[in-house]
Every structure is written in structure tokens, then in C-alpha cells.
Design a binder for this molecule. Structure first.
Ligand SMILES: [Zn+2]
Length: 256
């Protein structure tokens, strides 16, 4: 997910600014207007993540449902997420990369998706926009024959998410794979009914209780992101409880 900048006291962008409380989303009457997204026919599903946690925060429950239904799953992690704590006094970037890869693997196991194929593209964290065409080229062969591909929303207001989404959209077009986008940071910076959000393209995936429990357990695997690494401001949690709450609801949303 990765929100941190060097200066966490400034709210120069929508991600650094205080976000919309999950209770505001909970009370939104517009949920009932969203159609239910049906799972694709059985086959291979590819989920692209900009950082190793986006796939679980955005679509973890859907991954659990797909795994339970017997789909073959591939997760493509575009970056290793090594830039989540620049200036950390506890972990260096290469240590974060290793830990975050382990956390993602553990989370997938907790989702019942331990057989998921994981492909890492090792693009520099925070630099996906500079490697967008290389990401597209890497994704095309992975998308061939997939019954569905999903990637971060191209207007998520996070540079890596948007660039990964654009590359995936282009690759899906080339490989003729059905494509959906999933929002991650949107729940933080948008508000219910927000005109910046394409609600007419939105569909939701309801998570049965057992799947919802699995997702909550899976999200707990991202200890390096949801808990402080150390006492300093540079080691604070990237995902504070208020932000995490958006990803613990009993449904997920995609844009068609
Ligand atoms: Zn991310």
C-alpha cells in the first residue's frame, strides 16, 4: 500500500490528509445500489498488486472465494514494497522487501490460497511510473488465457497503484483478458457518493462470514505495515487502525 513520505506532518496530497471514517462509509445508503459481481467461470485469475499487501487489502476475500471455488490463482507483485519506511532505524529496505514477501505469503495461506503462484517483478517501490511499459510487457504473457485479471484502480491517487493499474489495463487489452480494477486508497480520500469515483462501474463482492473471518486473519499477517516497527516517527505504522478498517468490511468493490 505504502503511503509514507519523508514529511508526514504535511497534507500536501489526499493520501497524507486525514481520511473518511469507516463509520461514514458504513452508513452510506448507496451500497444497496451496487450490483453484485459474479465470480468468473473456473479458470486462472491474476491479481496485480503494486506492493505486497494490496492484493489482500483490496481483494483478499475475493481471493479466498476464488481459491475455495477451485480457481488457479496468480498474484503479481510489481514492487517489493521496500519503500514503506524510508529512514527506518529498525529495518533496511532489503529487509523490508524480504519481510513483506513473507507476510504476503502468510496472508495468502490464511485465505486458503496457499497454492497461489506469486510472481515478483522487483520494480523499485515508488517508481512504477518510470517502468510502466516494462510492467505491461511482463504482464501480457501472464494474462494470456486468464478468465479474469484485476489490478489497482488507475485513479487511486497513489502513483504506484495508478501506474500498475494502467500497465495492467493495457496488458489485459493486448491479451484479451477480462479486466477489473480495485480501489485501495480511495476509501481513505473519497467520501460516499464522491463524484471522483465511477460508481456506475462499481460492483461489490459480498464475503460470507467464514471468508470474512479469513480476510481479517490474513490482514493481521502484515505486521510490518499495521504495527510500528519502533518508537520513532519514521517507524510508525503505515496502516493505522482507521485506514485498515476500510479493508475489514464484509464486502469488496471492483470497477468493471
Ligand atoms: Zn499499495
Amino acid at each position: 500500500m505504502n503511503a509514507r513520505t519523508e514529511d508526514t506532518s504535511s497534507y500536501a496530497d489526499a493520501i497524507q490528509a486525514p481520511g473518511t471514517d469507516e463509520s461514514v462509509w458504513e452508513q452510506w445508503p448507496g451500497w444497496s445500489d451496487l450490483r453484485e459481481f459474479p465470480l468468473p467461470p473456473r479458470g486462472r485469475v491474476v491479481v496485480v498488486a503494486a506492493h505486497p499487501d494490496d492484493e489482500v487489502l483490496g481483494l483478499g476475500g475475493t481471493l479466498a472465494r476464488l481459491a475455495a471455488a477451485g480457481h488457479a490463482l496468480t498474484v503479481v507483485s510489481v514492487t517489493d514494497g521496500e519503500g514503506s519506511h524510508p529512514g527506518s532505524r529498525v529495518l533496511r529496505p532489503h529487509e523490508l522487501a524480504r519481510i513483506r514477501a513473507e507476510e504476503s505469503r502468510t496472508a495468502l495461506e490464511r485465505l486458503g490460497a496457499g497454492d497461489t503462484e506469486i510472481v515478483r517483478l522487483h520494480v523499485p517501490d515508488s517508481g512504477v511510473h518510470r517502468h510502466e511499459d516494462a510492467v505491461r510487457r511482463a504482464l501480457v504473457p501472464l494474462f494470456w488465457g486468464a478468465v479474469m485479471v484485476a489490478a489497482p484502480w488507475t485513479a487511486d491517487v497513489h502513483s504506484d497503484h495508478e501506474a500498475a493499474g494502467r500497465a495492467a489495463r493495457a496488458a489485459a487489452c493486448e491479451s484479451d483478458a477480462p479486466f477489473v480494477e480495485y480501489p485501495v486508497w480511495m476509501w481513505h480520500w473519497a467520501r460516499p457518493g464522491d463524484p471522483r469515483v465511477p460508481w456506475d462501474r462499481a460492483a461489490r463482492l459480498t464475503l460470507p462470514a467464514e471468508i470474512h473471518d479469513r480476510k481479517r486473519y490474513a490482514v493481521e499477517a502484515f505486521a510490518s505495515q499495521i504495527r510500528p516497527l519502533g518508537p520513532g516517527a519514521e517507524d510508525a505504522a503505515v496502516l493505522p487502525p482507521g485506514e485498515l478498517a476500510h479493508h475489514l468490511r464484509p464486502h469488496e468493490v471492483v470497477f468493471l
